[in-house]
Design a protein around this ligand. Sequence first.
Ligand SMILES: C[S@@+](CC[C@H](N)C(=O)[O-])C[C@H]1O[C@@H](n2cnc3c(N)ncnc32)[C@H](O)[C@@H]1O
Length: 419
Amino acid sequence: MISRRGTLSEDRFILVTAQGELSLAEVAAYLNKSGAHFQVEASSSQTAILYAPKLDAKKMMDRLGGLFKIGDAACVLHEKDVEDIDVLTEKLNNTAKFYDWVEDKARWSISTYSDETGFDTDFPALLQEYFKQRLRNDHVSKARYVPPKRTREIDQEIIADELIRQKILDGGFEIMAAHLAGKYYVGRTLAAISNEEYRKRDLGRPVQNPRLTIPPKIARILINLTGLGPGQSLLDPFCGLGTILQEAAVLGLKVTGCDIRGDRVEGAAENMKWLAETYNLKIRDVEKQVFRADAKNLSQIIKRPIDGIATEPILLPPLRSYPSEANATKMLQEAAETYEETIPEMAAVLRSHGKLVLVAPYIQTNSGSKVSFNLEDVFKEAGLKLHKFTHLPSLGTPVMAPPARDQKIRRGVYVLDKL
Ligand SMILES: C[S@@+](CC[C@H](N)C(=O)[O-])C[C@H]1O[C@@H](n2cnc3c(N)ncnc32)[C@H](O)[C@@H]1O
């Protein structure tokens, strides 16, 4: 066993993101809440470099739904450094902190990330060779290299699962290398997402309907975007089977949900009871928290101001092919009415300075355009203002979730502040 205490500060981090700019918005909301100073130095669709002093990677990973991994960016290399093996070796040698300690028979791995041109395809093999040698020099002779699990497509969820299953982060280590904005950032993985609990809450609950429900990790992102913490109240007025309510309850929030359909309300209540038992949560009077109501009448039903709202009112059915713009607009018409009629009601029950996090569908058309409805005037009249992510000026409005495989409809997420 060896010990190596690092000398470099852990100020710069590599984030492996699951939901593109939506993940970054979640990170910003999380760090803003703790008052931390931070900056996103570079980002691509799957990784970002974050500057943030005093970051507890494990705590952050437990809380956020939009990251696969957090690593430290201990060593920054330029593209020319990678072309020359001697320069590469020297730069890596000068980086003290790739591992603190390694068990003799530990397993170790390397994950590389790049979605940009200019990535040196020899780099992963060079890194592997370098670390083999470095371990030998450190007298760790029996450590075993575990290649990242290969599936037909690279699946970050499976890779994170394997890290945990093979106990690579306990006793061993994983090196992460991200190629971004012409640089290579190399460091060790500090935390990986534990998918197991999310899967349990998704697939272990008694009432399920994947065509209707939002994935629990995306629900978690929406909740984090409200900026709420334990003891504060969250409403989902289109609660369906209660995925958002369940994720919020696990985080210690007081939840209220309603749905226009009785069967959904029953399903959500049953799921909440299961959650309370499984996670030993004190959720009393589920029937009072989850009830049947039309969100058009919220202000008549909810009398106490709510601290935050996270909701997905309409999830359009999956499409087989990309529709024309005219067809997409037609599909959205009915949905638009629901938004127009219920946004003022949501604003009315929200406390001032509270946040409404609202998902709207965006349809990708056969001409390549994205069609949705324009809600600007509705927001304005309801006293809602688009939230400004001051540390992330490049974020879109709404913040878009990347399309899942073959998805023609994407989620646009509005983060709104009540004046
Ligand atoms: C996309 S689903 C929400 C799914 C939910 N996030 C989940 O994971 O189960 C939208 C829900 O809104 C409900 N709904 C539609 N119009 C409504 C209205 N005017 N008031 C309340 N609920 C409504 C539907 O019955 C449906 O269950």
